[in-house]
Design a protein around this ligand. Structure first.
Ligand code: ADP
Ligand code: MG
Length: 686
C-alpha cells in the first residue's frame, strides 16, 4: 500500500480498518453510490431527491429568523428558481452571495413546499463573469468511508490504483474463459474501471440496484470464491475416512413396530438417503430440512440406530438446554425398550452426576449422548464416536460445525455428521450458505394435521380472549397460554408468567391451570407436561419452554402474549404446537399497541400463511440471511459485492463454474480465495 503516493503509516492503518491492505483490496473497495457532477441541470427541470450540479445567478440573499436564524439565497438561471438554505454562515459568506453573483452548486434537491425547490448547505463555488465551471468527466464515486479518511483521499488513491490497472500489472483475470458469459463482455479490469469511474451516461438506477453487468460480473466472482471455498472444505473433509456402518436393520424394525404411527413417504426417503451415506467410508455431511412437526426426531433416531448397531457411539447436540432435555426424553422413550444406554451432558450439570455422565461417555457404556454445547468441552472424551447429529443448525456456524467434527476425530477417522433444521432454506440460498452439505428435505407433514386459524388481537381485548378460552375449555379443548421472553432474564420471564397465571386463575376459576417455565427442575417440567398430555390440566401457562418439541394433540387453542416481540420463525415454531389432531385449532396473537411496521408485517404474514417455506422466505426478506442462518458472526457470508438474496438466481451458474474450477483449474483457487475471502485460506486448510 505504501507504494502509492500519499500513503503514510497513518493512512495505511486507517485503510487497514476498512480491510484494505493491498492495491487489489483497494480496487475491490467499491463505491457505495455515485454523484453526477458531469453536467449542469437547468433549474426548470429539477426533481425532488436528485443530487445534482446547478448553476445560476443570485437574485437576493437575506437573513431571516424562523425558529432559527438562517440565510436564504435565491438563485435563477432563466429556466427556474431555487433557494439555497444555510443555517451556519459567516458575514463574509453573506457578502460573497450578493445579488448578481454567479454560482456553481452541488447538492440534494428538496421540495420546500410553497417556496419551491431548495438545497440545504450545498457545496458552492463562485464563478467569475465568463467563467465556465470545470465539470467532472466521470460520475463521482462515493466510497464507504472510515473516520479520518476523506472521500478525496480514497478517490486519489483509487485513481492511482486504476492507473496501475491500466498498465495491466495488478489484477489477474481469474474466472477461466467460458465459465462466465454475459453479453457485455467487460474484462475484470474494465469492470473495475467502470465501477470506480462510471461514464456520465452510466445507468445509475441499474447500478443502484447492483444489476449492472459490471457489478454482476464481480458478484459472480465473489459467489464463486465462496462456493469454491466451501466445496474445497467439503472435499478435504471427505478425504478423511469415516466408519462404514453396514448394520443389519433389526433395531430399525423393532423401533418401527413400537412407534404407533407409520413413517411418511418423505421420512422414509430421507432415512434411506442417510442410511446410504452411513454405509460409505467417508464422512456424511448432510443437512436435513423439515418444517416444524414434520418428524425430524424420529429420522435422527433411526440414523442413530444404524450407528449403534454397527458398534459406534452417537452424539446429539441441541442449541438450548430445554431442547436438549426434550430430545433426551424422547430418545429415552424410544431407546430404553431396545436396551440402549443414554447419557445426558449439559453445562449446568455438576459434581457426581457430571462425573458419572463423563464416565459413561468415555467408557462407551453410553451409546447415545444427548446434550448442549457442553459436548464440546475438553473433559468430554468420546468412545468410538461414529455419528454426530446437530439439531437446529441455524444457530451454529460453520466454524462450530468444523470444531465438532475435529472433536469427534479418532484414529484419524471422522464421524458422520447430520444437521437438522426447521428453518427451510430456499434452494439457491442453501447452495451458497451450505455448499459444503448435501441436503434432504422432509417436505410432508404426518397425516391428520389441521391448518390453524390465526387471529391478531390487541391486548385491550384481553377479556374477550379469556371468554374464548373458557368456551374452548367447555368444548373439551386444552389451551396453551404463552408468555414469551420479555426480559432476557429467565427470572423475570418466570415472574411475568406467574402474574398472568394468577390473573387467569381468578378469571377462569373453573379451569385447572398450571404454570410451566424454564426455571423448574427437569423432573418437575416433565411431570407437568405429562399431566397436560393426560388431560389433567386444562390450561397451560408457559414461557417459550414449549417452543420446541412439545407434543399434545388435544391442545387446539394457543394464545401468545406480546406476539409483536417475537420473530417469524419463533412464532411459527410456537404455533406448530397446535393443529396436531383432527380438531380445528386456532391461535390468537395478542399484541401491545402501537405496532411497528415490521411487527405488523410479521403478524400479518402469520395470519395469512402456515407454510413453513413461505414463512422462512419472508423471514429472510425481513431479517436478511446473516441473521436467519446465524452466520453473521462467523464471517462466512460476509459478502462485499454480492447479496445472497438479490443474486440468488446466479447460483446454478456459480455452482457449475465452481465445480469446473475445482476439477479443471486448480491454479486459480488460491488467488481466488485470497482475493475475496479473508477466511478463505483458513478454510482451505481444514
Ligand atoms: P420436528 O420435525 O418439528 O422436530 P418432531 O420430530 O418433534 O417434529 O415430530 C412431531 C410429532 O410428530 C412427534 O410427536 C412425533 O412423534 C410425531 N410424528 C413423527 N413422525 C410421524 C408420522 N409419520 N406420523 C405421525 N406422527 C409422527
Ligand atoms: Mg425438533
Amino acid at each position: 500500500m505504501t507504494a502509492l503516493r500519499g500513503v503514510g503509516r497513518q493512512i495505511a492503518e486507517k485503510l487497514q480498518a476498512l480491510g484494505i491492505e493491498t492495491i487489489q483490496d483497494l480496487l475491490f473497495h467499491l463505491p457505495l453510490r455515485y454523484e453526477d457532477r458531469t453536467r449542469i441541470v437547468p433549474l426548470g427541470s429539477l426533481r425532488h431527491g436528485d443530487r445534482v450540479a446547478i448553476e445560476g445567478q443570485v437574485e437576493s440573499t437575506q437573513v431571516i429568523h424562523r425558529r432559527r436564524r438562517m440565510m436564504l439565497c435565491r438563485l435563477s438561471d432563466g429556466t427556474g428558481f431555487i433557494t439555497l438554505r444555510f443555517f451556519h454562515f459567516s458575514q463574509q459568506q453573506k457578502k460573497g452571495l450578493s445579488s448578481g453573483t454567479r454560482l456553481h452548486c452541488y447538492g440534494e434537491v428538496r421540495d420546500g413546499g410553497f417556496a419551491g425547490f431548495e438545497m440545504i448547505h450545498p457545496e458552492y463555488q463562485r464563478l467569475a463573469d465568463d467563467e465556465i465551471p470545470q465539470m467532472e468527466e466521470s460520475l463521482t464515486a462515493i466510497y464507504p468511508a472510515t473516520e479520518g479518511i476523506h472521500q478525496l483521499t480514497l478517490r486519489r488513491l483509487t485513481d492511482q490504483a486504476l492507473a496501475l490497472l491500466d498498465k495491466n500489472t495488478t489484477i489477474e483475470e481469474l474466472i477461466p474463459a467460458g465459465l462466465y458469459e454475459d453479453d457485455s463482455g467487460f474484462t475484470l479490469a474494465e469492470a473495475l474501471q467502470y465501477l470506480h469511474r462510471p461514464p456520465p451516461d452510466a445507468p445509475l438506477k441499474l447500478m443502484k440496484n447492483r444489476q449492472h453487468p459490471c457489478q454482476r460480473r464481480l458478484a459472480f466472482e465473489e459467489l464463486l470464491a465462496h462456493n469454491v471455498s466451501l466445496r474445497l472444505m467439503r472435499k478435504r473433509i471427505q478425504r478423511h475416512a469415516a466408519p462404514v456402518m453396514n448394520s443389519s436393520t433389526n433395531l430399525y424394525e423393532k423401533l418401527r413396530s413400537q412407534l404407533g404411527f407409520d413413517l411418511t413417504d418423505a421420512q422414509t426417503r430421507v432415512i434411506s438417503e442417510i442410511a446410504e451415506d452411513l454405509r460409505r467410508n467417508y464422512p456424511m455431511m448432510r443437512l436435513v430440512q423439515g418444517d416444524v412437526g414434520s418428524g425430524k426426531t424420529v429420522v435422527a433416531v433411526i440414523a442413530a440406530l444404524q450407528a449403534v448397531e454397527s458398534g459406534y457411539q452417537v452424539a446429539l447436540m441441541a442449541p438450548t438446554e430445554i431442547l436438549a432435555e426434550q430430545h433426551f426424553r424422547n430418545m429415552d422413550n424410544w431407546l430404553a425398550p431396545l436396551d440402549i444406554e443414554l447419557a445426558w451432558l449439559s453445562g449446568r450439570q455438576k459434581g457426581k452426576a457430571r462425573q458419572q455422565a463423563l464416565y459413561k461417555v468415555e467408557s462407551g457404556e453410553a451409546r447415545l449422548i444427548v446434550g448442549t454445547h457442553a459436548l464440546f468441552q475438553e473433559e468430554v472424551v468420546f468412545s468410538n464416536l461414529g455419528l454426530m447429529i446437530v439439531d437446529e443448525q441455524h444457530r451454529f456456524g460453520v466454524h462450530q460445525r468444523l470444531r465438532l467434527m475435529e472433536k469427534g476425530m479418532q484414529d484419524n477417522m471422522r464421524p458422520h455428521q447430520m444437521i437438522m433444521t426447521a428453518t427451510p432454506i430456499p434452494r439457491t440460498l442453501a447452495m451458497t450458505a451450505y455448499a459444503d452439505l448435501d441436503t434432504s428435505i422432509i417436505d410432508e407433514l404426518p397425516p391428520g394435521r389441521q391448518p390453524v386459524t390465526t387471529v391478531v388481537i390487541p391486548e385491550e381485548r384481553r377479556s374477550e380472549i379469556v371468554e374464548r378460552v373458557r368456551h374452548a375449555s367447555v368444548q373439551g379443548c386444552q389451551i396453551y397460554w404463552v408468555c414469551p421472553l420479555i426480559e432476557e432474564s429467565e427470572v423475570l420471564q418466570a415472574q411475568a408468567a406467574t402474574e398472568i397465571e394468577s390473573a387467569l386463575k381468578e378469571q377462569l376459576s373453573d379451569l385447572k391451570i398450571q404454570l410451566i417455565h424454564g426455571r423448574l427442575k427437569p423432573m418437575e417440567k416433565e411431570r407437568i407436561m405429562q399431566s397436560f398430555k393426560d388431560g389433567d390440566i386444562d390450561l397451560l401457562v408457559a414461557t417459550t419452554v414449549i417452543e420446541v418439541g412439545v407434543d399434545v394433540p388435544n391442545a387446539s387453542l394457543m394464545i401468545i402474549e406480546n406476539a409483536e416481540r417475537l420473530g417469524l420463525s419463533q412464532l411459527h415454531q410456537l404455533r406448530g404446537r397446535i393443529g396436531r389432531s383432527s380438531k380445528k385449532s386456532s391461535c390468537v396473537l395478542m399484541y401491545k399497541s402501537p405496532l411497528g411496521n415490521t411487527a405488523r408485517e410479521r403478524l400479518s404474514i402469520m395470519r395469512k400463511t402456515s407454510d413453513g417455506f413461505e414463512i422462512a422466505r419472508r423471514d429472510l426478506e425481513i431479517r436478511g440471511p446473516g441473521e436467519v442462518l446465524g452466520t453473521r458472526q462467523t464471517g462466512v457470508l460476509d459478502l462485499r459485492v454480492a447479496d445472497l438474496m438479490r443474486d440468488q438466481q446466479m447460483m446454478p451458474e456459480v455452482v457449475k463454474a465452481s465445480k469446473a474450477v475445482l476439477n479443471d483449474y486448480p491454479e486459480v483457487i488460491k488467488p481466488l480465495l485470497h482475493r475475496w475471502l479473508k477466511w478463505g485460506l483458513q478454510f482451505a486448510r481444514v
